[in-house]
Design a protein around this ligand. Sequence first.
Ligand SMILES: N[C@@H](CCC(=O)N[C@@H](CS)C(=O)NCC(=O)O)C(=O)O
Length: 315
Amino acid sequence: MIAGAYSAEDPGPDTVEGGEFRRSKTTIRNWITRDGSSGFPAEAGRFHLYAAWNCPWAHRALLMRVEKGLETAIGVSYARPRRTPEGWVFDAEGPYADPLKGVSALHEVYAQDAVPYTGPVTVPLLWDKVADRAVSNESADIVRMLNDAFDGPDLAPPDLREKIDAWNTRIYAQVNNGVYRAGFARTQEAYDAAVREVFAALDGIEAHLAGRDWLCGARYTEADLRLFPTLARFDVAYHYAFKCNIRRLMDYPRLWAYARAIYHRPGVAGTVAFDIYKQGYFSPSELRNPLGIVPAGPEIDWSLSDAAGAVSRVG
Ligand SMILES: N[C@@H](CCC(=O)N[C@@H](CS)C(=O)NCC(=O)O)C(=O)O
């Protein structure tokens, strides 16, 4: 979008330089606060989230929403899983409708922001219904502001914040965005470097989880929450669609048990949609999947209990 107007010829959100995938910077970065001094007070019923089931960045916002018990306080519109030349779009009714504004494409929402928007049309987008303004389209900020501004468990407590931030930085670069750098690489060299980094990071986390429940020790934190969307998509999408196939998540005993332990947290399974991940990541793409055929497998059993997971997490 340029100055609040959408054009189908707008450059996509991300770029490729020397065969390497670069994610563009987000620009709508307002902040919800408890006291409202930012202009965006933390009030139930005031905010609405635009999301897509398959988007891992939207997923982390959805995860924080359930951890904080904000399901009724913050409504959600889910875009259709497969993007179109119009970007993210909505149906007139059903699970992919927009209950807030009834728009047919996400760019129509961006166009309504009081500050004319220039940039890519991405999910997640957090909207203030009272001010009728965009709050943020940066998922890292959305996750942190929901944690800080609303009541409920603190997933980034002060004594762990430094550790959490260090994990977040590492996991974003090497894992969350690492899989995209592998999948969207345009040269063998760029792919090789990215895929090696992804698996080196996963190997490191596997080793780190020996004798620890969570990344920062005994407490589930925002760092774990931010790792999960990539793990949930790993075997079903990234392993094949993004050629991240040195190992599967299932091949890491601790990480696999850890991922299932997150999946079994209250509300989390309701944020996960494996079939939709496949539809999204195997969308027709000239470069990656020209015919848009969605593979049938793999079959993965996430239902294995925490108890079973705990056994393999020892040691
Ligand atoms: N910095 C953003 C990145 C969000 C992002 O890249 N979202 C993707 C979906 S996974 C998107 O909406 N892309 C727009 C498009 O593909 O047109 C965030 O983390 O919130």
